[in-house]
Design a protein around this ligand. Structure first.
Ligand code: FPP
Length: 246
């Protein structure tokens, strides 16, 4: 099958974001512990990265761990952080080879120093050599929530205008957005949530203002390239008007 980027008739989203959901239920259906679902979810991450590259998507972001997820049992949290560390070690060379730039966004102050270091090293290592653009930016949202992001941006803004409160009058949405952790990254065109849940769950609250939302029943560990392609097909049928009349 021809890939989307070969077909000029089809709209390809610049930025696809995925709320990866359903790992726990996938494991339960197999009579296993929840963490079994998480470890199988890594294969779906790999498939999604490949599908994004093959179909000409420029940014792929994945909601891997929310602020609220810190409230899960310690062994599940530790397993997820361990999986993250292992996935970085296993995949970083392949990402570099595919010219995929790896980035992690969120409240990294809550992570173990060893994970913060591995993230930093992988981020530096996957910056393409001088002058080249990445084929794909792979952005992992870790220890992230939409309200946290908006709040930290508001605090930065307040700090920056401390000695010039009158200047706040001229602050517009784009100046505010330049203080979000997603500064410089285009807002998601398409947000996919797996597992049949129809919620945004405190994800990209500001950035999702005009995103197309797609809720699919597939549980995350079953999500493969065909599911990614189907989502792109569905997106290409959507009529985006941004509040205007066409
Ligand atoms: C949601 O399923 C999934 C997560 C909280 C974690 C996603 C993490 C991974 C797929 C593994 C590592 C990630 C990367 C980027 C390498 P859930 O546990 O909420 O499932 P449930 O709703 O069925 O309980």
């Amino acid at each position: 099958m021809e890939e989307f980027k070969e077909n000029k008739q089809v709209k390809v989203p610049t930025h696809v974001s995925i709320i990866m959901d359903g790992n726990g239920r996938w494991a339960k259906l197999r009579g296993k512990e929840r963490v079994f679902g998480h470890s199988n979810g890594v294969e779906s991450v790999r498939a999604s990265v490949e599908a994004a590259v093959e179909n000409g998507v420029r940014y792929l972001s994945l909601f891997a761990f929310s602020e609220e997820n810190w409230g899960r049992p310690a062994d599940e949290v530790n397993t997820l952080m361990g999986l993250m560390l292992k996935a970085i070690a296993d995949e970083v060379d392949s990402l570099k080879k595919q010219r995929v730039r790896f980035r992690v966004l969120g409240d990294l102050s809550r992570l173990e120093p060893s994970l913060v270091k591995a993230i930093h090293d992988a981020e530096v290592y996957t910056v393409p050599d001088s002058g080249e653009d990445p084929v794909l930016d792979l952005i992992i949202f870790l220890s992230y929530s939409g309200k946290w992001d908006i709040l930290q941006a508001a605090k930065k803004l307040a700090f920056d205008y401390m000695s010039d409160p009158a200047g706040l009058e001229k602050v517009d949405a784009s100046e505010f957005a330049s203080r979000l952790v997603t500064a410089g990254i285009p807002d998601p065109d398409l947000i996919i949530r797996t597992s049949g849940e129809s919620r945004i769950s405190n994800y990209l609250l500001w950035q999702a203002a005009y995103s197309e939302l797609l809720f699919v029943d597939t549980l995350w560990p079953d999500f493969r390239k065909e599911d990614f392609r189907s989502a792109l097909e569905e997106y290409s049928k959507r009529d985006r008007r941004y509040g205007k009349v066409k």
